[in-house]
Design a protein around this ligand. Sequence first.
Ligand code: FEO
Length: 394
Amino acid sequence: MEVVELKKGVYWVGAIDWNIRDFHGYSTPTGTTYNAYLILDEKNVLVDTVKAPFYLEMMGRISEIIDPSKIDLVISNHVEMDHSGSLTQVVERIGNPVVITSERGKKGLEKHYQKPFNFKIVKTGEALSIGGRTLAFVEAPMLHWPDSMFTYIKEDCLLLPNDAFGQHFASTQRFEDEVNGDLVMRHAAKYYANILWPLAPLILKKVDEVVKMGISIDMIAPSHGLIWRKDPSRIIQAYVEWSHGKTERKVLVIYDTMWGSTEVMAKTILKGLTEEGVQARLLSLRTNHRSDIIEEMLDAKGILLGSPTLNNGMFPTMGDFLTYLKGLRPKGKVFGLFGSHGWGGGAIKEMRRHLEEGKFEIWEKELSVQFLSDSEELERAVQFGREFAKKVFW
Ligand code: FEO
């Protein structure tokens, strides 16, 4: 893979991780990239590094452009190890360059690597001339960690926002306009939903702050996936809509099953939803990864959860999913519950408790069946779906 010039004198020198399939609990079916950028000017600057096992891959790309010892400054926009994992080796190879980061970045890097890096701390609004270019910094706490920061190259109208606007997507292309646009947006949506969803209010504030700064952006180069070259406002607008919780007339039926009874209920409820003209999707927890289900939730307004009772509680797959969901804290959804049991029951009660702890809106009605549904219970399941659709959309 060649180095790629984004703007005159600004290069992508990152690494492609084709084989990663699990990024801290998030499924990455194509892999991902760790994007680092090299800016050649009177002072040469490396923006971010890559995950430690990819150090040599990145250094090989840098060496095609410049002797690495000629790098003067290394910017660390984010402490998480997919971006800072090579920092120690980079600093040793270059020979103690200045490491530019936020105050919290310094603390995080010191705790991770316990090295006396030659830090320069920057704050929002600070600018740094590197010759023909000016770099400006915008602290972006919690996008994705408290230390996160954006770097902006004024003369190139190029925003380097690290984790924001990224996708976990590996390809031989570097720019979004070189790949099917719908595919890229789906990966961007999955990334937002699984990583940034809890931070929706902060994202809206940050977008507003950047707009008020009046900076012109004609390219966004994130730290994962493809670079937004053709129309970067598209991904900014998508982030605003996702953060406002814009939804479609859509309901998900998410379930697991032990002997098929809860699955029959799920499919019958789906029929009722469909009869009300709702776009409904059936998602088994056995065959859909939790991170794909979360992506589907982004534009769904109603969520029905179904579980059989196992040992007086919910099925373990539902426990996994609800734990993950609670952490992501999506707002504006309405949840409904159903399930089957043999004798005492308990799954619905346990699911309800988890949702209450997460402060989700829960429909008071629930549908419970002992063993298998008879014809009257199947009719109740259809009505349950119809009533849920009315509750959510009317
Ligand atoms: Fe891509 Fe928060 O690291």
